[in-house]
Design a binder for this molecule. Structure first.
Ligand SMILES: [Zn+2]
Ligand SMILES: [Zn+2]
Length: 135
């Protein structure tokens, strides 16, 4: 049994099974996907960018982006289906960040963890001194 939810797209109440949008929006999305897919299948459109596809199909750039992010449109086949890294704006075709930002964020995270560890050590030291003094 599904639970009742509001559709993310049209706000209608529906029985949620797997997706967070209602069946009629899924159907709508499917139609849009077919439009985009049929458009891209044409040889002359293979190199189309997202704004060009939006113009050619009438499907919103946001929705096309969602198809790319859901990996329904394969950037390996359509080389211009990239979007901007959420951090620096470089073109990317998967995930939320470009390779550079990903590794920078990872090292930032490591630094953060090291600082956390050091803080915890300091904390323990301080606690120990406190306890010895208190005895
Ligand atoms: Zn809906
Ligand atoms: Zn980036």
């Amino acid at each position: 049994m599904g639970e009742l939810a509001n559709c993310l797209k049209c706000d209608k109440v529906f029985v949620k099974i797997t997706r967070s949008i209602c069946p009629s929006c899924i159907e709508e999305e499917e139609k849009e996907f077919q439009l985009v897919y049929q458009f891209l299948k044409k040889r002359e459109n293979r190199q189309a960018t997202i704004p060009e596809i939006a113009e050619g199909t009438g499907v919103s750039e946001e929705q096309i982006l969602a198809f790319v992010q859901a990996k329904r449109l394969n950037p390996a086949k359509f080389p211009n289906l990239h979007y901007s890294c959420s951090r620096c704006g470089n073109p990317i075709a998967a995930g939320a960040f470009c390779f550079n930002c990903q590794s920078e964020l990872q090292s930032d995270l490591k630094k953060f963890e090291e600082i956390e560890k050091m803080n915890q050590k300091e904390e323990r030291k301080r606690n120990r001194t406190y306890y010895t003094k208190g005895q």
